[in-house]
Ligand binder design. Structure first.
Ligand code: C2O
Ligand code: CU
Ligand code: CU
Length: 477
């Protein structure tokens, strides 16, 4: 039942009809829940964790094998779950035959443990970061970040969640039993060759527009199902795709409540019917299945903007209610940064040059402030302990209107405005990645505290990042 489609000389696996088409064989695989990474020691000293980056093989379709990369397994990685204030020591063994890095996306850690392109782990080598968690409860993630290899290594399977809890999150009366009423959903679209191999970026169009997949994986599985209690359910959603923007909704258009942005809880739940996440962004939502008939099904719809429409997974409501929760009125209070405290304003122009696209190669025409990423060049120096406004503009060259998704390492920022207007409620909170549509401009505010050193900022559309849409800021004392 899998069809084949030919495009630009390549043949890809394809299912027929993509208008929220249901699965070829029914939603018959249970959604895998990434295991929580076990601590290798106990007691009050730093928690010790092991991560091995390895080659693997996975079957995404019956009868097809795909060679993959994974952390502690063939595909994706375990969920790291820690408490604010906890000291962690992570031993990372790179068993690949090429370099990699492990970047803690959204974590506020010293620059040398950030896992960006400056912290390469050579093939066969080990890297042992250690840091103290010093930020509120949040759903963060980790992924590779070696120069020029981020897109491909991520595409082949490297990504995992990094969950922080704290006293406030413990005190909230919301679902928090991992895998029971609190579920991670890692969303990624993929394209496959007709022999089952991943069809990563093949040509310039793939680089410019990102590699558009025609299959949607949830936690590494196509068309999974998930049994949910008849009650309130928490979903921790990561857009873990390389370059896609997803609009997320439910088949019956029901409302749900967003409770967290990238870097933690919002002040109060935000009622929505659809949610847009660009590559790299996260959101936590509460969905109420309490009024659903036992045995009834609903599904998660994902629109790739612009692109395919996926009926990504199915929820099946159990007869047992689980624990009883109600939507809280209030979650946490956020220390809003204020413009009166800003000591410097910077402008970042994200630009795709129309000229020379046809001959663009690695390090070509995707720029920030007219420059390509250069590891030997520090683009910005930021003074430790200061607050800054960064104005991010998506400059659309004639004919080429591409979205970008700006991500800063080291900090959680706040969005001041989009095109001069206050951001939507769904973006009010701690953020580390922000969608900047073509022609738009977004102003963010951030404090640079605690650590000096060199960090990255870049477009989180990984094909853009790998092709130079990245820069470095150095926090100096
Ligand atoms: Cu999620 Cu610099 O990365
Ligand atoms: Cu990051
Ligand atoms: Cu971009």
């Amino acid at each position: 039942m899998l069809g084949i489609t030919a495009l630009g000389g390549y043949t890809f696996l394809r299912k027929a009809g993509l208008s929220y088409a249901g699965p070829v064989q029914g939603f018959d695989t249970a959604l895998p829940i990434p295991p929580i990474l076990e601590r290798n020691n106990s007691g009050p000293e730093a928690g010790r964790y092991q991560i091995t980056v390895e080659n693997g093989e996975n079957s995404f379709f019956p009868g097809y094998k795909t060679s993959t990369l994974g952390y502690n397994g063939p595909c994706l990685g375990p969920t790291i779950k820690v408490k604010n204030g906890e000291k962690v020591k992570i031993k990372v063994d790179n068993n690949l035959s090429q370099k990699t890095t492990v970047h803690w996306h959204g974590l506020h850690v010293p620059a040398k443990w950030d896992g960006g392109p400056r912290q390469e782990i050579a093939a066969g080598a080990t890297w042992s970061p250690e840091f103290t968690i010093d930020q509120p409860a949040a759903t963060l993630w980790y992924h590779p970040h070696a120069m020029g290899l981020t897109g491909e290594q991520s595409y082949r399977g490297l990504a995992g969640l990094f969950i922080i809890e704290d006293e406030l999150s413990d005190g909230l009366d919301i679902p928090d039993s991992y895998g029971i009423d609190d579920f991670p959903l890692i969303l990624q679209d993929r394209r496959f060759f007709d022999d089952g191999r991943f069809a990563y970026a093949q040509n310039m169009m793939d680089v410019i527009h990102g590699v558009m997949g025609n299959y949607l994986l949830v936690n590494g599985t196509i068309w999974p199902n998930l049994d949910v209690p008849k009650g309130l359910v928490r979903l921790r959603i990561l857009n873990g795709s390389n370059s896609s923007i997803y609009r997320i909704s439910f088949r019956d258009s029901r409302s749900f409540f967003q409770i967290a942005t990238d870097g933690g809880f919002q002040e109060k739940p935000v009622e929505l019917k659809q949610l847009v996440l660009s590559a790299g962004e996260r959101a936590e939502i509460l969905v109420d299945f309490g009024a659903d008939a036992p045995g009834s099904a609903n599904s998660l719809l994902i629109d790739q903007l612009p692109g395919n429409k996926f009926e990504a997974m199915q929820f099946r409501v159990r007869s047992e209610p689980g624990l009883i929760f109600t939507i809280p009125e209030k979650l946490v209070s956020i220390d809003w940064l204020e413009e009166k405290d800003v000591s410097k304003t910077r402008t970042f122009r994200m630009e795709t040059m129309s000229r020379g696209i046809g001959m663009m190669k690695r390090g070509g025409q995707l720029t920030i402030n007219g420059r390509n990423m250069d590891l030997d060049h520090i683009n910005e120096q930021v003074k430790l302990g200061t607050t800054e406004t960064w104005e991010i503009e998506n400059v659309s060259a004639m004919m080429i209107r591409l979205p970008h998704s700006m991500h800063l390492h080291d900090v959680q920022f706040q969005i001041l405005d989009r095109n001069g207007r206050k951001p939507p409620l769904s973006e009010r909170g701690r953020k580390d990645t922000v969608l900047v549509p073509p022609g738009e401009s977004v102003r963010i505010i951030s404090r640079f505290d605690d650590y000096t050193g060199i960090y990255m900022y870049h477009c989180h559309l990984l094909e853009h990042e790998d092709n130079g849409m990245m820069g470095q800021f150095e926090v100096v004392a």
